[in-house]
Write a protein that binds this ligand. Sequence first.
Ligand SMILES: Cc1cc2nc3c(=O)[nH]c(=O)nc-3n(C[C@H](O)[C@H](O)[C@H](O)COP(=O)(O)O)c2cc1C
Length: 183
Amino acid sequence: MVHIAIISASIRKGRKSHRIALFFKDFLEKNNHATAGILDLLAYNFPLFDERLKFQEFPLPAVLDFAEKIKTADGVIIVTPEYNGGYPSSLKNAVDLLYDEWHHKPVAISTVSDGPFGGTQVITSLQFSLWKMKAWVVPATFPVTRVQDTFDENGDPKEKSLAEKRAGNFIHELLKTVEILNH
Ligand SMILES: Cc1cc2nc3c(=O)[nH]c(=O)nc-3n(C[C@H](O)[C@H](O)[C@H](O)COP(=O)(O)O)c2cc1C
């Protein structure tokens, strides 16, 4: 079975987008689409970026763990909030640590906001950074609007059938790319 790493990007106290990472882990596993693990940037607590991992003399165990988990995952879901029209510094701080690990890595982006637009303004900047590192960002999105009302703290959606239908379409694009790459 394929393995998907889910990056939960918000490290904010009271963060809400983590709910979507929980939702995807549950969705992937209960439907036997994949095994899944959450790479929680709050838990990793990386220091402010000063150099890429491959040029670090004494890399932190947390950084090595993150790199290994991205490298060995068949695909990656990035769950990111939108902060002032961009993605959070916590995410930039983590993605720039790696380079070769992103090559040919299928990546699907889910954007999250507490308002009506679902954080979609993040897409182009994040997609471009990943493209520069030769990741394969799939042409599917999973914008989440009003996250505080639409998903509970455990990642359970209020409108389950709608959320699962949308998630199915999103995951299909990611798994299709994984399948093509694995052939
Ligand atoms: C610094 C900052 C900037 C934000 N900018 C936006 C924004 O541009 N658009 C938007 O829809 N929500 C914005 N929000 C609200 C987030 O959508 C909201 O916090 C949401 O819950 C997702 O982020 P979280 O996972 O950190 O909670 C912003 C929040 C913060 C903390």
